[in-house]
Design a protein around this ligand. Structure first.
Ligand code: SAM
Length: 471
């Protein structure tokens, strides 16, 4: 029944295979010789299967776990250097016809303020985001065919790309909207989106159906097969995710990796990103009502395991997590983080953080300048780079760049140049000082002399007011 090459949800996320994997993990977790052989395999940097990752997740040997953390940190360095890509979510509409029991946008919630941005409001939100320094957005919307049809989403994307305020520009729009048809994915692709992101929430079918009791999202197969339709619609960068806390984490990790294996088996390219959200308090949602919440330690272990199991997949962490947790997982493999996020519709144009239409409470409430400064003080390069997709390096072409080892001659200078733009246009004096020093130091880490010289020239030009250079 289990078949990663099938395009049927119940065959590529086969419940029995998940259960067998967990049983296998329980049997093997204390077999130190076998567990060590999995770590050795992971060191080859070609990833691990869902079964192997499940064994490591179940293993509670401290020495092995420490080795796994070290390896995750090393793979992170080898594949992503010290760059961290920055983005912000933009909530377009919280009208929703679904009944998701963990989300305050569920249709039965009558007291949450319902809002949908007009194109003028989209423009004002984008200007506010550009004025912080953002270049990359993830647009978010509830599912509502009447209020938020695909035409509305496309119109918003066009508006977002069209706004050039001062030196600002949104250069990549990722999209996190409900599962839709191949035809609609084609429209999103034609509108020039970056990644199509859709969280599975839970891979456990029975729980999924209970957690999504009503509305189109109730259909487990339609939701689980969404990435297949997205790929058929021409989108080759897709982002997976699980909402941790809904189901047993061991089940979720095995199934999440099976999903990645499925995409690789059928389309020759795995997921572009994996997100790891945890349930948060929100309007009428109490996270303690869900009894599968995971500790910060398990959360960190999951992040490390994702890093070593799918080394070529970016990992995203949002402001749902605190500064402290973010700091821990940044080292273990996270490659993208949001900054200064507001999860309410129209939130960026308000003086004070509004709560009346929020999707969830934000733990990390710092400004983008503070997040950028913090990252640099931790030794990371905050990157506002969007070059790959604009140069057509998506899907397997992006993966080839990663595998070619040329990242340091490409992503590294691109990160420095986009950071320089941020420093010139938006940073505080203190952040600017730290950033300029970092850029000078990091230029030395560009291996090719000619690339370094070109990058230096571009940086001078950015100082003189020119923008948008890229390799
Ligand atoms: N409505 C779309 C869908 O069905 O996928 C768009 C996504 S929604 C705006 C973004 C994500 O927020 C959801 O997929 C869910 O995982 C997450 N989310 C919902 N309620 C949450 C909560 N209380 N705490 C944390 N994350 C939550």
């Amino acid at each position: 029944m289990y078949n990663p090459k099938s395009t049927k949800a119940e065959e590529f996320i086969c419940h029995e295979e998940v259960l067998d994997s967990l049983k296998f993990a329980d049997e093997k977790k204390d077999d130190i010789k076998y567990v060590k052989s999995i770590i050795e395999k992971a060191k080859l940097r070609k990833g691990l299967s869902h079964r192997e990752a499940s064994v490591l997740l179940a293993c509670d040997n401290e020495e092995i776990n420490n080795e796994m953390y070290e390896l995750a940190a090393q793979i992170k360095k080898d594949f992503y250097g010290n760059r961290i890509v920055m983005f912000a979510p933009l909530y377009l509409s919280n009208y929703c016809v679904n009944g998701c029991v963990y989300c305050p946008y569920h249709y039965k919630n009558k007291h949450i303020a319902r809002k949908k941005l007009t194109q003028e409001e989209v423009k004002q939100e984008v200007i506010a985001l550009q004025d912080m320094g953002h270049k990359r957005l993830a647009i978010e919307a509830g599912e509502d065919p009447i209020n938020n049809p695909i035409e509305y989403i496309i119109e918003c994307i066009n508006t977002i790309y069209s706004i050039k305020h001062k030196n600002g520009a949104i250069r990549r729009v990722n999209v996190n909207i409900a599962a839709t048809t191949v035809e609609n994915y084609k429209k999103l692709h034609d509108a020039g989106i970056g990644t199509y992101i859709l969280f599975q929430e839970t891979y456990h079918k029975e729980s999924y159906e209970k957690l999504h009791p009503t509305g189109p999202k109730h259909n487990y197969a339609y939701h689980t097969e969404a990435m297949d339709r997205a790929m058929q619609g021409g989108i080759d960068d897709v982002g997976l995710g699980v909402l941790f806390g809904l189901e047993l984490y061991r089940y979720e990790l095995a199934a999440l990796l099976m999903h990645a294996e499925h995409l690789e088996a059928v389309y020759g390219v795995g997921p572009h990103t994996i997100s790891v959200p945890r349930i948060k308090k929100a309007d009428d949602i109490d996270p303690t009502a869900f009894d599968n919440s995971i500790s910060d330690e398990i959360f960190a272990k999951i992040c490390a395991l994702i890093r070593i199991s799918v080394p070529y997949t970016g990992m995203i962490i949002s402001t749902r997590e605190s500064q402290e947790v973010r700091e821990k997982v940044l080292k273990l493999g996270v490659s993208q983080i949001s900054g200064a996020s507001r999860t309410s519709v129209g939130g960026y144009t308000e003086e004070e953080r509004p709560h009346d239409s929020e999707q969830f409470d934000v733990s990390d409430q710092r400004t983008l300048d503070e997040v950028v400064k913090w990252l640099m003080e931790l030794g990371f390069i905050p990157s506002f780079c969007t070059a790959c997709y604009r140069e057509g390096r998506t899907g397997d072409r992006f993966m080839s760049l990663l595998k070619s080892g040329q990242i340091q001659n490409c992503c590294h200078p691109n990160a420095l140049m986009t950071l320089k733009e941020f420093l010139e246009d938006y940073a505080s004096e203190e952040t600017k000082e730290i950033g300029e020093k970092l850029i000078r130091e990091e230029l030395k880490n560009i291996p090719k002399d000619n690339v370094r010289k070109i990058a230096e020239n571009y940086l001078d030009n950015i100082h003189l007011g020119k923008r948008d250079f890229r390799f």
